[in-house]
Design a protein around this ligand. Structure first.
Ligand code: SF4
Length: 227
């Protein structure tokens, strides 16, 4: 077990500093070439790997050019085109409905405010934050996905459970200039080292400041998750 630094702010800053050094090229891994493609890729990425989404969207984005193509497509056909993605039936419905709203209420453009984005079908605060940050260069919050959720709890940056509550806490301790990059760093470290079931604490750059760092026989008391 490591010893966390004296305040959560210092802990967060040190985490960022070390992860930036470990992952200097950390960035979004979804592939897209415009805001609509970004929105669709993020909707598809819920409970699904970015790798799988990128494979699927390669042909999806060739077949469906703009919002009208998705809005006019029969939902069953769109679902069929997404059938290697988790929850593809629901996601096809979200995409079709979101594109209808984009056409009817936003002149065919992906909206650029949190309120308008979260009114789209299947779009919560996490998805909206990604679209704002990477589609519109607007940083209003911190994207809290499963990796950010797991790492920040293990590192003692929050004790909250719900992503929205975690985001609020993180916004108080992560310097605003790092709100976007913080997510990518956590995702990279969560994939490479601090995995859900088998974190490699012995090879972790954060082990000395991590209250959840484990020896070979320890269990994860901080998150309650099985190693
Ligand atoms: S890999 Fe271990 S030491 Fe590193 S952040 Fe995760 S739980 Fe902490």
């Amino acid at each position: 077990m490591g010893t966390p630094l004296e305040s959560r702010e210092t802990q967060a800053e040190t985490v960022i500093e070390r992860l930036e050094e470990a992952y200097p090229d950390s960035t979004i891994s979804l592939r897209y070439s415009n805001r609509l493609e970004l929105l669709i890729a993020v909707i598809l990425s819920a409970q699904c790997t970015d790798e799988r989404v990128n494979t699927e969207t390669e042909h999806l984005f060739e077949k469906y050019g703009g919002a009208e193509d998705y809005a006019n497509a029969p939902e069953e056909e769109l679902a069929e085109d997404l059938n290697s993605i988790t929850y593809y039936n629901s996601k096809a419905g979200y995409i079709k409905s979101s594109c209808e709203t984009i056409l009817e209420e936003h002149d065919g453009e992906v909206p650029d405010t949190m309120d308008e984005l979260t009114e789209l079908s299947g779009v919560g605060r996490k998805t909206a934050n990604v679209v704002l940050q990477h589609g519109h260069d607007v940083v209003e919050g911190i994207v809290v996905d499963t990796h950010v959720q797991r790492l920040t709890r293990r590192l003692g940056l929050t004790e909250e459970q719900r992503p929205e509550a975690i985001e609020q806490e993180l916004m108080e301790i992560v310097p605003e200039g790092y709100w976007q990059q913080f997510t990518h760093l956590c995702i990279d470290h969560g994939r490479a080292t601090c995995t859900a079931r088998n974190p490699d604490c012995s090879d972790c750059v954060l082990a000395d400041i991590c209250p959840s760092a484990k020896g070979d026989s320890e269990v994860d008391l901080a998150s309650g998750e099985p190693w």
